[in-house]
Structure formats: C-alpha cells, structure tokens
Design a protein around this ligand. Structure first.
Ligand code: URA
Length: 476
C-alpha cells in the first residue's frame, strides 16, 4: 500500500488508516512528496482517501513522550523516515513498549533522530544571522539564510516569531522559506539560493563591531571551532573575516593587537606603549578559584565547585552556595542541603549518584546584625558564572539536569526571562538532555505553613523520582 506524505499531520492520518486496516510496516510503502506543501497547514489533499476516514477508526492513545518523539523525529532528513515512524507506531500498538527504550535498536534510532533534530533546532537558533535590509515594497526588514541538515524551519520560525515582535523578517533555506509579517507566519517562496543573495546594509556595521571586539590575545582557535561547527561559518557574516584574524593572531598580533588601537586614540596625552608591553590584562581565569568574572568573589570565602561522579547521569543545579557552603567549600551542606538530602532519600536517589552544583559559585550575601543573609544573584552574575556550569555540563554530560529554582533554570536555559511556572509541569528536552524543574529546597524552608511546606517538598521528591526514571542507574 502506497502513501504519499508531505507533513507529519499527513503521515499521522495515513498511519491511522493503515493501522486500522492492519497493514504491517513491510506492506506499507511511504513516499515523501517533493512538493513540500504549506509548512503551516495541516493535511493536504494528497491523502484525501485516507483523511476521509472517520478519525475514530483507531483509538490509539499514545503517551505524550512518544508523540513528542515522533513529532521531532519526523523532521529528521532521511528517505525512510515515514516508514520508520510507522514501524515504531506499529510495534507500539502491538504492545512492544521496548520500542521506546534506547536499548531497543528501533528505540535507539528514534532517540538518535530526536537528538539530532533538537541539536539542529538549537544550532539554527544560535547561528542564524538576520541581516537588515531597506524595508521597501512590503519586503521584510530582516532576512536570514540557513542550511539546516534537518527540517526544523517551521518550529524555528515560531521561536523567532515569539522573540522578534513586530519587526518583519524572512528566513530562507535551500528548500523552503518563511515570512513573518509582524503578525503571522507565511510559507514564502524560496527566492534566494545562498547567503550571498541577501543585500545587506547592516552587515558592514556588524563586521566593524566584530573586528573591534575581537582580541587576538584571547584567541583560542580550537575553542572557537568547537563552539561553532565549521558548516555554519560560511553563512555567518563574521565567517569571512575570522580566518584572516585567526592567522593574524597566530602571526604576532597576540602581543601587539591592542597597540594600534591604543596608539590611534586621540587626546592630549600620548600613551607610551611598546608592543611588548601591550599585553592585555584581563585574561579569563583558568580555574574557578581565580574567577573574577564578576564582583561576588570579593566578599566570599571561596568559590564552591560542584561535587559528584564525573560521569553522573543526573546533575542537580542549585542557585548559589549559602553561608555554610561558603565556609566549607561544598555545595548543599547547610539547611537547604538537609532538605535536599531528605528528598533524595525519599525519591530513592543516592546522593553519591548525582552531580551537585550551583548556577553561581560564590556566596552573595548582605549583613543583618551578625548574620550573613543570602541575597539573590543578579542576572549579570548568573550570566558571568555560566561558563563554569557549561564546563561542568560538557564534562559530566548528564542525561538529566534537575534545576532547583528559578536562578538555576535561567542559567541552564541561558534565558533570563524563563519562569518556573512555564516548565514545572513536565520534564522537557534542552540541548539534547532532559530538564526537570522543581522548587529550590529553601523554598520549603521559607513556606508559610506546614501544608505549603509539604506540598513544595513533594514537588521536589516527585521531580527527583522523575529524573531517576529518565536516567535510571546503570546496572552492574
Ligand atoms: N542553596 C543552593 O542553591 N546551593 C547550595 O549549595 C546551598 C544552598
């Protein structure tokens, strides 16, 4: 049986029909239509015969997690993706629940597809560059070109529609384009064939800015390459000038890089500076205890690093060390730590099974009488400290991150506007790992009555249990 599909909705409708007819995967032929159809419409007429069936033919209830995985995996560019998704669905309705497990070959492929698609969404958010154009004849003000490996344009467009307000823009890819008219998204004809087709008034300004913030003395070319995969460089405006700057840095500008700019500065006094003495002063710290990225170190006893197995599957991220932690140099050893300890035990999670750390590594406090009282870190302090958390995430590579409270959430998502209310109801995927958001243990301590205390505590325990389910301990 042959089915032509252009979108996830079409595939879903067709798959339901096939399931109702008891058609096994090996007897179903799936053909992806070349015509991508309308990115934002639901089903098209291609499968009218299938769509005409009453939706109730198959009462198949899928768990939300599987539905989300199928939706994501459907964006994976592979010729057999529709057939593969149908196979997963078929096995599920036969009761083969292991198809959702990474230990099953199909489950493993499904997870890998989801991970690749989410990574692509992340990369597209991070490495797309909008270029400003003259807004004439109704043309969009900003235009961006991107070459995604997977079909993530629709969801990425929704992401930018939420963030860019009423400014009009278009994102073009080799196979599709989306236009935002300030109010609505539209499927747009893909008129451009490359980034070079975009005329750009703002680009010169951006490149001047990029050159001016580039400090050859701080250049770590390896890091630069590992942070921005090379396939993105060609479409980044700065991509054209970076290689020249990198080689200039390697050829001596490390030492003299700022001399020219300093020497050119106007003003009454002449600054006598030789190239040898023009070494920039504020190198980034190599170790946490040398960290001066923000001012919190001044009033703290010491920086408090994370603790736990270097390959823990679960990482718990708190806000910042408290008074006891600051004195002992260990996270969660004070009153909030005691609450956490109890919740971990109740959830069946061993403390030495998790990596425990904080979004901010220095204690921020104010004096009240003789007591040092915790003060919430400012967003710039959270952002300054993020590099250390990023390092921990990269080296421990946890499968699940449990964020304890809003500061941890903002840091992990790198979004200063993220709120707990929007994410606390269910775990979600971020940059290829699960994130579970629960209250901070000190919220339990501060709750006004026993009932609220108990409720907040139970949310923490449930979140920890959830983390354990998402990243079960390795056996043996
Ligand atoms: N609160 C935190 O967020 N972290 C600690 O380490 C201690 C208290």
């Amino acid at each position: 049986m042959r089915r032509v599909v252009r979108s996830f909705d079409e595939w879903r409708a067709a798959a339901r029909g096939l399931l109702a007819d008891g058609v096994p995967p090996e007897c179903a032929e799936w053909v992806a239509s070349d015509d991508d159809g309308d990115l934002f419409s639901a089903a098209s007429a291609a499968n009218e015969e299938v769509l005409a069936r009453p939706a109730a033919v198959v009462a198949l209830r899928l768990p939300r997690e599987l539905m989300e995985m199928l939706t994501s995996a459907a964006c994976f560019s592979a010729t057999d993706r529709w057939a593969f998704l149908y196979k997963v669905l078929w096995r599920w309705q036969l009761g083969e629940r292991e198809v959702m497990s990474a230990a099953d070959p199909d489950g493993a492929r499904l997870y890998a597809m989801v991970k690749a698609v989410r990574r692509e969404e992340h990369d597209m958010h991070a490495y797309i560059r909008f270029r400003e154009r003259k807004e004439e004849d109704g043309a969009p003000r900003f235009v961006a070109w991107f070459e995604p490996t997977h079909e993530v344009l629709p969801q990425v467009a929704v992401h930018f529609a939420r963030r860019m307000g009423s400014a009009t823009w278009m994102i073009a890819t080799p196979s599709a384009a989306v236009l935002w008219d300030g109010e609505q998204l539209h499927d747009a004809p893909a008129l451009m064939r490359s980034a070079a087709d975009i005329d750009d008034a703002g680009e010169a300004l951006w490149l001047t800015y990029y050159r001016s913030i580039f400090n050859p003395a701080r250049l770590n070319a390896e890091l630069l390459r590992s942070h921005i995969p090379s396939r993105f460089w060609k479409n980044l405006p700065e991509g054209a000038i970076v290689p020249a700057m990198v080689s200039a840095a390697a050829n001596g500008e490390r030492r003299t890089g700022q001399t020219g700019a300093v020497g050119r500065r106007g003003g009454a006094a002449t600054i006598a500076v030789t190239p040898e003495r023009a070494q920039p002063q504020r190198d980034q710290p190599d170790t946490l205890d040398q960290c001066r990225r923000c001012e919190l170190w001044r009033n703290a006893t010491q920086a408090v690093p994370g603790v736990g197995p270097r390959k823990a599957r679960i990482m718990l991220v708190g806000e910042q060390p408290g008074d006891q932690e600051d004195l002992q140099g260990l996270p969660f050893v004070g009153p909030a730590g005691a609450v956490l300890e109890r919740a971990l035990a109740e959830a069946g999670v061993k403390r030495d099974q998790v990596y425990l750390t904080n979004a901010v590594k220095h204690f921020k406090w104010e004096l009240r009488g003789k007591r040092r009282l915790h003060k919430t870190p400012a967003q710039r302090e959270v952002a300054a400290c993020h590099a250390w958390l990023e390092e921990e995430l990269a080296s421990v590579r946890p499968e699940v991150v449990v964020v304890l409270g809003a500061t941890a959430l903002k840091s992990v998502l790198q979004d200063g506007s993220a709120t707990m209310a929007s994410v606390m109801d269910a775990p979600f995927q971020h940059e290829g790992r699960w994130v579970v958001a629960v209250y901070h243990p000190s919220f339990v301590l501060r709750a006004r009555d026993e009932e609220s205390r108990q409720q907040a505590y139970e949310v923490i325990v449930a979140g920890l249990r959830q983390a354990l389910t998402l990243a079960p301990a390795r056996s043996g």
